[in-house]
Design a protein around this ligand. Structure first.
Ligand code: URA
Length: 209
C-alpha cells in the first residue's frame, strides 16, 4: 500500500485554516494556495538524493551537497492544480511543468481527460502531480494512468485537502505512488464535495461561478 502522509507543519495548518473560510477572497485564496504549495514542496522534496560536489569558496576548496541531477516535473491537474504550481516553482525553479486537463462530468461525477501536455522526457523525471482536492480520487487515478502510459514511474501526488474515499481509491489503484496532503477531512457529501473541505477549489481560485 502506498504511503499517505498528512503534512502537519504549523504554517501549513494555519494557512489552511484561513483558506477554508468561506469569506476568504479570491485574492487571499490564490495567495494561500500558492504559499501552501510552496511549503508542501519543501516537505515533498525532503528525500531528493544529494551528491557531493567540489567547489571553491573565497577561502578554500571544499565538498558540498547538491541535489543529484534528478530532473523534476510538476504536473498540475487542470484547472485547480494550476494554483499550486508557482509556489512549488519558487523552491524548484528549474522544474518543467506539464499539464493534464480533466473536467468532472456533473452527472456521473467521473473525470474526463481532455488535455495531456508533458515534457518529452517525462519517463525520466520525478513527478509532483498536483491538485488541491483529492475527492473521489477519480481524476488523480486517471492522471496517474496517463503518466504511467507514458512510462513515468516516479510519481508523488500532492494535494491540500483529501477525503478518505479518495485516498483509499488512489492507494488501491496505484499502490506505488506516495500521497501527501495538508489535511485528511471527514468524508465526501452526496455532491462529491469534501466535507468540511473548502468548496470548489477551481471556482475559488479563479473567481468563477
Ligand atoms: N473538487 C473541489 O474543488 N472541491 C471538493 O470538495 C471536491 C472536489
Amino acid at each position: 500500500m502506498s504511503k499517505f502522509q498528512v503534512v502537519e507543519h504549523p504554517l501549513i495548518q494555519h494557512k489552511l485554516s484561513i483558506l477554508r473560510r468561506k469569506e476568504a477572497s479570491t485574492k487571499e485564496f490564490r495567495e494561500l494556495v500558492d504559499e501552501i504549495g510552496m511549503l508542501m514542496a519543501y516537505e515533498v522534496s525532503r528525500d531528493l538524493p544529494l551528491e557531493d560536489v567540489e567547489i571553491e569558496t573565497p577561502v578554500q576548496k571544499t565538498t558540498v551537497k547538491q541535489i543529484a541531477g534528478k530532473k523534476l516535473a510538476i504536473v498540475p491537474i487542470l484547472r485547480a492544480g494550476i494554483g499550486m504550481v508557482d509556489g512549488i516553482l519558487k523552491l524548484i525553479p528549474a522544474a518543467r511543468v506539464g499539464h493534464i486537463g480533466m473536467y468532472r462530468d456533473e452527472e456521473t461525477l467521473k473525470p474526463v481527460e481532455y488535455l495531456v501536455k508533458l515534457p518529452t522526457d517525462i519517463a525520466e523525471r520525478q513527478i509532483f502531480l498536483v491538485d488541491p482536492m483529492l475527492a473521489t480520487g477519480g481524476s488523480a487515478i486517471l492522471a496517474v494512468d496517463s503518466l504511467k502510459k507514458r512510462q513515468a514511474t516516479n510519481i508523488k501526488f500532492v494535494c491540500l485537502v483529501a477525503a478518505p474515499e479518495g485516498v483509499k481509491a488512489l492507494q488501491e489503484a496505484h499502490p506505488d505512488i506516495e500521497i501527501y496532503a495538508a489535511a485528511l477531512d471527514e468524508k465526501l457529501n452526496e455532491h462529491g464535495y469534501i466535507v468540511p473541505g473548502l468548496g470548489d477549489a477551481g471556482d475559488r481560485l479563479f473567481g468563477t461561478k
